[in-house]
Design a protein around this ligand. Structure first.
Ligand code: BGC
Length: 748
């Protein structure tokens, strides 16, 4: 478990020193193969160690000794290129086996130039930008000697109590798969040999995002067909995109810890998906087999993980300590060990580490460049989702006086979000900074109002209201600080924390239009205050350039294009909530829902309608998956099918006309959903199969056309067979998961 371990800050780089090291004529080991190694050295390749050392003096002696004895194959969290090069020097010139180390790090949504959190990036639905964002992260991280990132996290999550949903691409297998491919391509570039490329890791295999109750590290129960239909597709996409490594998860999946899950790893990942790369454990997750009560001791844990397909053990040392005995006892064969070592050496070859083990990067030229910041701003801008805009409150008129209120309006650290190990808050441009630039001090009235997003202290409310009263419009920026989401930061109550709801009510009482910008790691349950808001923008944690992106959007210098990658609940108790749920035998609809306040006294129980809903909150989310407004208005019309029947191998074209009926340009995300009406397993009421983003000038119309193939309709049935079942299907071209135009066709 990685929490609370100190994460190193990078020491300022001495380019001079690096130049010397990188250019020095250290003896380079010739390319190595498994046959050249002793058993001890092979076992060493399976060990990944951690060090936070930033300076040469901080390098622990026992780590140096382990490298000299070739008992370590890779290291995570090395604190500076100087330390990386020194450790590599020991490996290449003083160690027994002379095999280069790989340096790994959690570069999750940027290294120094921080992009929006992955959930925010998914809200852009813009794969090209997401790929470009990952490329920036790779260029920056590799310049510091990091050649392996533990990203992307592609766990599907249907429950935003789970703190790590912020690190995910949301709830949908298709959208997550698209984003997975984009980030793998971005990190790995055209070739891992390129010194600016870093190996990606698809994690956490598998089912980690289904933690029961949204509580991190909790048990997961996922029936096999569901595992195949929902949780595995992003991993298949990662494998097909050539992801170099995959990390196993902490969770126990249907009774077996994921890090020892023979079926998931050997049968599915290696067998069905044909994954040939390296499998790495999560932090201590092999040792935790003992804590799960699945292994009686470390030796058994090592054996279980090795047999289940583990190649590298992160931090814990059960394999290191026990593999010799396991080989001697015949429980593990040398051939099995060789296969693992071959994969690890192959990764090192692919990364070009045998030829160039040292980092030659020039961080000064690679980090926080104007292009990188620009990209961060564009990605932040496209991640913003306009959720509510009554009476066209937004965009703001150019010369209005703005009261900027709230705990996250000038939160340089918190706008960066979770899993930011290397950024500096001084690099962030906040909403306040950007407003100051845009409107000038005389038209800007700022109050933080609350010390933090969690604060319950209302002593500054009076000053905030005073500021609000001087302005024409109030922009409230609140939500969750970075630390309220992320690993082990699950919440049981996902409302705005602290006194923020109270503050919003007070601000509304001024009678001024109230724009709310939420920065948070997850959709927040806003049911109790949403009516107070005239406009609402979801900004996730938008990263380094979040401020300018938000201000451009609010002022109409840019158009809102983001769409929700996750269903937004009204209240926490609705979760898990997701649009692609199987059909109920008693589906709810507007017509048959009775709110509990409307029950007559002493009513018989049947008066509630016996439908699939809650009597207090109904059955709808606050906002559906795929939802997002623009500053214009868009109309979908004239859906057409090229045929109304296809064979299971056939294909048809579905098209619709999309018109910008407003007076501003629009980027619309047209979403293609299907429903299999009758099948041998109950099928989801809708499933996203494709989408297209199209830009329309005012009054412009375009026809959007999708090709739907028989294979797009396939799913895993109860026998876990991948089938297309003949019958009737619905297809929608839609602006979100609840609306859209429908057409019907038959599969013969
Ligand atoms: C997390 C992983 C992460 C690892 C290394 C673990 O606690 O679950 O996602 O890559 O730490 O920092």
């Amino acid at each position: 478990m990685s929490l609370f371990r100190p994460h190193p800050l990078r020491s300022t780089l001495s380019a001079l020193f690096l130049g010397t090291i990188a250019g020095a004529a250290f003896a380079q080991a010739p390319a190595m193969s498994v046959g050249d190694l002793t058993i001890k050295h092979k076992i060493g390749q399976l060990q990944q160690s951690n060090t936070d050392a930033k300076t040469l003096a901080e390098i622990p002696e026992d780590l140096k000794a382990a490298i000299r004895a070739s008992r370590v194959g890779s290291i995570l969290n090395v604190g500076s290129p100087e330390v990386a090069n020194e450790l590599q020097r020991i490996a290449m010139t003083e160690s027994e086996a002379r095999i280069p180390l790989i340096f790994a790090r959690d570069v999750i949504h940027g290294y120094r130039t921080i992009m929006p959190t992955p959930l925010g990036q998914a809200a852009s639905w813009n794969a090209e930008l997401v790929q470009a964002g990952a490329r920036v992260a790779a260029v920056e991280a590799s310049s510091m000697g990091i050649r392996w990132t533990f990203a992307p996290m592609i766990d599907i999550s249907r429950d935003s109590r789970w703190g790590r949903i912020t690190e995910s691409f949301g709830e949908d297998p298709y959208l997550t798969s698209v984003m997975t491919v984009a980030s793998v391509r971005g990190y790995q570039g055209d070739s891992l040999k390129d010194p600016t490329s870093i190996a990606a890791t698809a994690k956490h295999f598998v089912g980690y995002g289904a933690a029961e109750g949204g509580r991190d590290y909790n048990v997961t129960y996922i029936p096999e067909p569901l595992l195949h239909n929902v949780y595995l597709p992003p991993f298949k996409a990662a494998v097909d995109a050539g992801v170099a490594t995959i990390m196993t998860a902490f969770n126990e999946l249907n009774g077996v810890p994921a890090s020892a899950h023979d079926y998931a790893i050997n049968t599915v990942l290696r067998g069905e998906f044909g994954f040939k790369g390296v499998i790495v454990s999560d932090w201590d997750s092999v040792l935790e087999l003992v804590y799960h009560g699945y292994a009686e001791d470390k030796k058994q844990a090592a054996l279980q993980a090795l047999k289940a397909g583990m190649d590298i053990e992160m931090v814990s040392t059960t394999m290191q300590e026990n593999l010799t005995a396991l080989l001697d006892g015949g429980q593990v064969t040398e051939a099995e060990l060789n296969a693992k070592v071959a994969r690890i050496l192959d990764l090192k070859h692919q990364l070009g580490l045998f030829e160039q083990p040292y980092t030659k990067g020039d961080p000064a030229k690679s980090i926080l460049t104007p292009e990188h910041k620009k990209l961060s701003e564009e990605l932040a801008l496209e991640s913003l989702v306009l959720l509510k805009n009554e009476k066209r409150t937004l965009p703001l008129a150019k010369n209005v006086k703005v009261a900027l209120i709230g705990p996250l309006a000038h939160a340089a650290h918190d706008q960066l979000g979770s899993w930011v190990l290397d950024a500096k808050k001084q690099d962030s441009v906040t909403v306040l900074d950007a407003f100051r630039q845009a409107v000038g001090e005389d038209k800007l009235f700022y109050s933080q109002a609350l010390y933090s997003s969690r604060s319950r202290d209302t002593k500054d409310f009076a000053q905030a209201l005073e500021q609000a009263n001087k302005a024409d419009v109030i922009v409230f920026v609140g939500g969750e600080e970075a630390v309220l989401s992320g690993e082990a930061h699950s919440r049981a109550d996902t409302r705005l924390p602290g006194a923020q709801e109270q503050l919003i009510r007070e601000l509304k009482k001024t009678g001024k239009p109230l724009v709310v910008v939420v920065m948070a790691g997850r959709p927040l349950a806003l049911n109790d205050v949403i009516d107070e808001m005239d406009a609402l923008v979801m900004a996730w944690h938008p990263g380094t350039m979040g401020g300018p992106a938000i201000v451009r959007l609010l002022r109409g210098d840019a158009e809102p294009v983001g769409r929700l990658p996750v269903t937004w609940p009204k209240v926490t108790g609705q979760m898990p909530i997701y649009y692609n749920h199987p059909s109920s035998g008693r589906p709810a609809s507007e017509g048959n829902f009775t709110q509990m306040d409307d029950f007559p006294l002493e009513a018989f129980q049947h008066s509630t309608g016996h439908k699939n809903h809650y009597i207090d909150i109904g059955f709808k989310p606050q906002f559906p998956f795929g939802y997002g407004l623009s500053y214009s208005s868009v109309q979908y019309s004239d859906i057409k099918l090229s045929k109304t029947a296809i064979g299971v191998d056939g294909e048809l074209k579905v098209s619709a006309k999309i018109t910008n009926t407003g007076s501003r340009p629009v980027t619309e995300t047209a979403q293609l959903y299907i429903r299999d009406l009758v099948a041998s397993s109950v099928r989801p009421v809708r499933e996203l199969k494709s989408y297209q983003r199209l830009t329309l000038k005012p009054r412009e119309s375009k026809r959007v056309t999708f090709t739907l193939r028989g294979e797009d309709l396939a799913y895993y049935n109860q026998k876990v067979e991948y089938v297309v079942e003949p019958g009737e299907f619905h297809v929608w071209i839609a602006p979100n998961a609840e609306e859209g135009l429908r057409a019907d066709f038959i599969v013969r």
